[in-house]
Design a protein around this ligand. Structure first.
Ligand code: J2J
Length: 547
């Protein structure tokens, strides 16, 4: 790693290399190899646009050269906030070719989140769409740039589509075109010696538990292994066709096995612009999709639409579901409706990915969240005192291994508590382990709400709630919800009448917070209950809301 932060020891690194997990190849170099090996195979499909592996490799050169022409350099961080479109993948590999570091943002993020990502990573550029879901991302970037000021790190905004009237915003297509011309383009392998495969390749956003969200450093070696291990579990090969339904910036969609696992297997990635079953099923029919991934709230919609019988989904072999708890009866109905095998995935951007196996018995597939992707993933299930509990007993999941981080990016203080002294990541998830090694997620001790796979950091929202003039104290808790698995309820102490959910949503939006973080419900209380040690008793609040 170029940044000074905890990482794997020399001995562990040597072990992961010797086991063949870490292959010492950067993503830029991998695409170069794939461009030669699979030259004429289709790598990427977005609507009517198609790229072969050779095309994708050439695009990466052009984007890299264009970015370099702007002044983006090796090691620079660049925030990528794009909806599902091919440009996400082109920009990502362009950055890798240059040796720059993509920072994955979600399309729903707003000025708070993007500003935070830029500041924390010292990003020199952002790549955004012009408009998405009727929201103007150029305005968002203009606000972020103004807030950071002229001395801020952000120097470039690259816009997919129309850059609008903003000074200095560069259209992505012009960047690609300029990258295809000029004396210094395309970037050749000789003028940019490949970066260190053990170094930083990308930054992912954590779901966040304390204060503002943290960044997760992933190396070429570890992230490629993540994707390859998952691709192995899913038996991907050159005939595989992956449909990216969930946001590309999500670790699940991008590398479990997702986009990267498919491309590393020589298969084809098809991008769905939205997750509706109508859009997806038309693409499955047209492109012969074999694998896709969903979050639980989509499952009933996909099941119902498939049951209508109007689609030919014969090519679909596996449908992964993960990101939040999948109710057992939904799991049982999904496979027969789609005529595909269901695979539960319990993963985290921090690393560890658990998956049910394609040959697991139906009961395991429907009632567990799988087992680790790698034989070298180490799992501990511990009680509150950190002591391992027997199989079958619930405890906190701790993990370390060849693709699980050893420290968040630039978060020294947080790292002291987020990891054990011997390098295990404290996931904050409460699980039971079966003798087969399969894990069942039974709860969570981290202060986070999981709304259908979207993670809401409670503390971040509570701090913003306190900026509302009427709110004097606030606690955000998750309560069970039929549709989302969990919905967020804000308990507020107010002077006068509490604002309604809509007013609170508007207030949080005006503060630049992503829309999915707005509480589903506001409950006014005279005071917040406290535990014996004086913390807000969220369990009591959640019970109150259920009851
Ligand atoms: C219950 N909770 C789950 C599941 C994740 C693949 C799949 C998911 C993610 C992801 C990911 C769950 N059942 N099946 O990155 O590559 C909750 C846990 C976990 C947290 C991680 C991937 N699958 N969760 O969801 O970083 O609480 O990654 O610690 O967004 O989601 O969230 P995130």
């Amino acid at each position: 790693m170029t940044e000074t932060q905890p990482t794997w020891s020399e001995a562990e690194s040597a072990r992961y290399r010797a086991a063949g997990h870490w292959q010492g190849v950067t993503f830029g170099a991998r695409l170069r190899q794939a461009g030669a090996e699979h030259a004429q195979r289709v790598a990427l499909v977005d609507g009517d646009r198609r790229w072969t592996y050779a095309d994708l490799d050439a695009e990466a050169d052009r984007v890299a050269a264009g970015l370099r022409g702007l002044g983006v350099e090796r090691g620079d961080r660049v925030v990528l906030q794009l909806p599902n479109c091919a440009e996400f993948v082109l920009a990502w590999f362009g950055l890798q070719r240059l040796g720059a570091v993509p920072v994955h943002a979600m399309p729903g993020h707003r000025s708070r989140e993007i500003g935070h990502l830029v500041r924390l990573s010292d990003a020199v550029a952002c790549v955004v769409p012009d408009l998405h879901a009727r929201f103007d991302h150029r305005r968002l970037m203009s606000d972020v740039r103004a807030e950071l000021g002229p001395d801020g790190p952000l120097r470039h905004v690259v816009v997919v589509g129309d850059p609008g009237p903003y000074d200095g915003f560069v259209p992505f297509d012009a960047l690609r075109e300029s990258g295809g011309r000029g004396p210094s383009a395309p970037v050749s392998d000789s003028d940019s010696a490949d970066p260190d495969p053990g170094g930083l390749a990308l930054l992912l956003l954590s779901g966040g538990t304390t204060g503002l969200p943290k960044l997760i450093p992933r190396t070429h070696d570890d992230y490629a292994y993540n994707a390859r291990a998952c691709a192995g579990v899913c038996a991907l090969d050159t005939r595989s066709v992956y449909l990216a339904v969930l946001p590309l910036g999500f670790n699940f969609t991008f590398a479990c096995p997702g986009v990267l696992g498919t491309l590393m297997a020589g298969g084809t990635v098809v991008i769905a612009p939205d997750p509706s079953p109508q859009t997806a099923f038309a693409l499955i029919e047209r492109e012969g999709v074999t694998l896709t991934s969903l979050t639980p709230p989509l499952v009933p919609h996909w099941t119902d639409e498939a049951a209508s019988g109007s689609w030919d989904l014969g090519s679909l072999a596996v449908v992964q579901v993960g990101g939040a708890r999948l109710p057992e009866d939904h799991a049982r109905r999904l496979g027969p409706a789609l005529g595909a095998r269901v695979q539960q995935v319990f993963g985290m951007a921090e690393g560890l990915i658990n998956l049910t196996r394609l040959d697991d018995a139906e009961d395991l597939v429907c009632t567990t969240q799988g087992r680790p992707a790698s034989p070298d993933d180490e799992i501990l299930v511990v009680d509150a005192g950190g002591r391992p509990v027997p199989d079958g007993t619930a405890g906190e999941l701790l993990t370390r291994g060849p693709y699980t981080l050893r420290g968040y990016y630039r978060a020294e203080a947080h790292n002291r508590t987020a990891f054990t002294p011997d390098g295990y990541y404290r996931s904050g998830d409460v699980v039971r382990r079966l003798p087969s090694g399969h894990l069942v997620v039974v709860g969570r001790i981290k202060d986070q709400i999981n709304r259908g796979g979207e993670k809401i950091p409670a503390v971040e929202v509570e701090e913003e709630l306190l900026t509302h003039p009427a709110v004097t104290a606030a606690a955000l808790v998750g309560v069970p919800d039929e549709r989302w698995g969990e919905r967020s309820v804000a308990f507020v102490v107010c002077t006068g009448t509490a604002p309604g959910a809509r007013e609170v949503a508007a207030h949080l939006a005006s503060r630049g917070l992503a829309g999915y973080k707005a509480p589903d419900e506001i409950v006014q209380v005279p005071g917040l209950p406290l535990t014996a040690v004086g913390k807000v008793d969220k369990a009591a609040l959640a019970r109150r809301s259920e009851g």
